[in-house]
Ligand binder design. Structure first.
Ligand SMILES: [Zn+2]
Ligand SMILES: [Zn+2]
Length: 311
């Protein structure tokens, strides 16, 4: 990913926008104005001009550029508000805390066809927000749930296909190596990379107590074919309203990945060991979405809810 941090295009290092623990997914936007193709050395000028116009917008009372990220025709991803920040571009407070907002530097007049490099950049931004921003799998356009032409017919058609990489290749393959970050454990890394922690330990020759350190480079094992592994069902006793259990963290990761995070305390749905009323309602939303579960959407995960959530 060709990533341009805020301070590298002339914004303060951190956005003052409110904290957002997780998002259902990512909404794609375009400029919706006339725009001309340009050389890449002028792209950061344009991003700065967008921030300046947002800050000058008294009606919306913006505190920063409204987008989470912006992607130019050359495939660079300009950091906007960034990960774990509520965006300001989706049309309402509720929509802004539900999804991240990524804007393509594409016009409604002039330069209107997204080139392959731009689609790769948008895909890079989506994967970055999933990896580092706890974005779920949902992908949509600004027009989903809001009356607007945005992101234009060309980008919207691409979004509806699932935002694939150009040339038929789907999301980037798992990287071969992973550099350990502060706070990582083998279990955390395995979940992030979607591999079994036992495989991760095996290919790196690690034995109990599985000591790893920040900056260490790990080899990443091949993913088992056939999609994700379903974690073992922990039993109904793990899910008691108001009580904590480690299995609730796993449950929350499944909810966040699937975008079942509509109910939260106002800062986005957070994963954690407590089975809260927010957790129960988000599970109930998932149950209502599946014909097999719709008959009893009580919000308490049984073995079938568990299996379907993680398949
Ligand atoms: Zn938009
Ligand atoms: Zn550019």
């Amino acid at each position: 990913m060709k990533f341009v941090q805020r301070e590298d295009w002339g914004a303060p290092a951190s956005s003052p926008a409110s904290y957002l623990a997780s998002a259902r997914g990512v909404k794609i936007h375009y400029l919706g104005t006339e725009y001309s193709s340009r050389v890449h050395s002028l792209c950061d000028d344009y991003v700065r001009s967008i921030r300046a116009s947002h800050l000058a917008n008294v009606k919306e009372n913006y505190i920063d550029i409204a987008y989470t990220a912006l992607v130019c025709e050359h495939g660079s991803v300009f950091e906007g508000r960034g990960t774990h920040k509520r965006c300001g571009a989706n049309g309402s407070a509720e929509l802004n805390s539900r999804d991240y907002a990524v804007c393509a530097l594409l016009g409604s007049k002039g330069f209107t066809s997204p080139p392959d490099a731009m689609l790769h950049g948008l895909r890079d931004a989506i994967e970055w927000l999933r990896r580092d921003g706890d974005a779920g799998d949902w992908i949509g356009g600004h027009r989903d749930g809001y009356a607007t032409e945005c992101p234009g017919d060309a980008l919207y058609a691409w979004v509806q296909k699932g935002a694939p990489r150009p040339g038929g290749s789907q999301p980037a393959p798992a990287p071969d190596t992973y550099v350990v970050r502060p706070g990582d454990s083998l279990a955390v890394i395995a979940r992030r990379l979607d591999v079994a922690w036992q495989d991760l330990a095996r290919v790196n020759g690690l034995r109990a107590p599985y000591t790893i350190y920040p900056g260490q480079t790990l080899h990443v094992p091949e993913r088992s074919s056939g999609g994700r592994q379903v974690p073992a069902y922990p039993g109904a006793g793990a899910f008691v309203l108001g009580r904590t259990n480690p299995a609730v963290v796993t449950l929350d990761e499944g909810l966040i990945r699937g975008g079942w995070t509509r109910h939260h305390d106002g800062n986005g749905y957070q994963k954690g060991p407590r089975f809260s009323e927010f957790t129960r309602r988000n599970v109930a939303d998932f149950q209502r979405s599946r014909p097999e579960l719709r008959g009893d959407p009580d919000g308490y995960p049984g073995p079938l809810t568990w299996k379907l959530l993680f398949s």
